[in-house]
Design a protein around this ligand. Sequence first.
Ligand code: 5GP
Ligand code: ZN
Length: 117
Amino acid sequence: MAGEPQSDCLFCKIVAGEVPATVVRKTERTLAFRDIAPKAPVHVLVIPHAHYPNAAELAAAEPALAGELLAEAGAVARDEGIEDYRLIFNTGAGAGQTVFHAHVHVLGGRHMTESMV
Ligand code: 5GP
Ligand code: ZN
């Protein structure tokens, strides 16, 4: 069934508590935790508990949950005290996706350059 946990997925293991993470926010359906290799002073990943390989597949299957992910990303930024931030959804290995469980990067706390690459 769509959204079921995958035994070989790192972020499913973080949701299950099998791999530790520095959790900053948790809801019934989402989890936000600090990236292990931060690219900015604030670098938090927000994920659905449910497993979908990328953001578009999440949005296609469960649009309300995709909306919750964005709302939580905003709540992370508010909690961290940043008004300006960047949200990134890498999709596909060629775009830099390394973990194939939908997640949005919340990046901020420094000047974000205009570059999109
Ligand atoms: P992607 O490259 O797929 O868009 O993002 C995956 C992110 O997960 C990377 O920024 C990487 O640093 C982060 N990451 C990889 N392994 C772990 C881990 O075990 N714990 C945490 N907190 N982040 C991780
Ligand atoms: Zn997963």
